[in-house]
Design a protein around this ligand. Sequence first.
Ligand code: NAD
Length: 374
Amino acid sequence: MFDFETLYSEGHEEVVFFSDPSCNLKAIVAIHDTTLGPALGGTRMWPYASMDEAVTDVLRLSKGMTYKNAVSGLNLGGGKAVIIGDPQKDKSEALFRSYGKFIESLNGRYITAEDVNIGVEDIEHMFTETNYVTGVSQTHGGSGNPSPYTARGVFRGIEASCTQVFGERSVKDKVVALQGAGSVGRYLGELLYKSGAKVFFTDINKKNIELFKEMVPNAELVGVDDIYDVDCDIYAPCALGATVNDNTIERLKCKIVAGAANNQLAEKRHGDILKEKGVLYAPDYLINAGGVMNVSIEFEGWSDTKATRMVDTIYDTTMKIFQISEEQNIPVYKATDVLAESRLTSIKNIQGKYLGSNQAKNHRFPGRKTLAEQ
Ligand code: NAD
């Protein structure tokens, strides 16, 4: 059950419930930490079975965004939102515009974006009512599809892992087992292929398998469950979370786990086991941060050059995390938290907390008006 003790212990600053019966809107926004700037994180639409489930999810996800934005070097805090509903049945223009009005009422303390079951069309409806939204279409001054940038960041994380394990950055002649040939997976596959790696892949979706083969001509398809047994250098999970678990961990033959999926370790102890087995685990929430980096610069005017430059910093940050992991003899997942927390603490010490609208105003998109104002 949701209570203030949970908020105290997890460090959340603000949780807001929005309801509008006229369009069946039930939304919760959680602002976890605004030390570094306004809270940025996507809105997820999901048919949660209970209110408790929705609250638990939004609290967990918003805290995750604080860490992700902090370790990625963004001047943004962590937040997330959930809309309770069935994306197949409950979506409407009215619902997203009503939600947009509520987001506007937060005066920039929270900035939203796409997440599971929320697409550009939904974002555009929000953008009709509020400026505090990112991931809008390029025709309206946004950054468009984030997946190629996410893939580029994952690729940089893989390169850093190769430097750490093999002593050289190049992926040439490395064998990669890539799980999930979707939006990110296919761009990652292409980058690996163009750099001379050999890719084995799997997916459950025929259309995505065909698209992948077009972009990665020498890729070899393997069975959905066989991906864990591929004799490879790198296992790249780009489909679901929790695929490093009790059933798979002994089967993995790789030296590196590095992919786009969120929360790849089923439990933290699997990160300890990987370390004991001598398998390097790349920090998942850092190396998949290319997408959030890409949308974050919509504030200042997006360009491909800026986005690319920013995403490429993932290589150096990943190397820094490996160094902390070695120096402190802790697993990579802990070292990633150490780096995020040390940035949060140091910035808290110099400037105190971000308190509201002034800083948010600096993040308004310059010269950009809501769709309704245009
Ligand atoms: P997507 O839905 O486009 O692709 C996922 C692919 O995985 C699909 O092709 C799907 O068929 C496949 N898949 C599902 N279950 C599978 C299974 N059991 N075995 C093999 N394949 C399976 O999603 P995406 O946008 O490419 O994101 C991939 C992962 O990266 C997700 O975990 C997502 O949360 C994470 N991520 C994505 C972004 C982004 O910019 N898109 C950013 C950060 C993190």
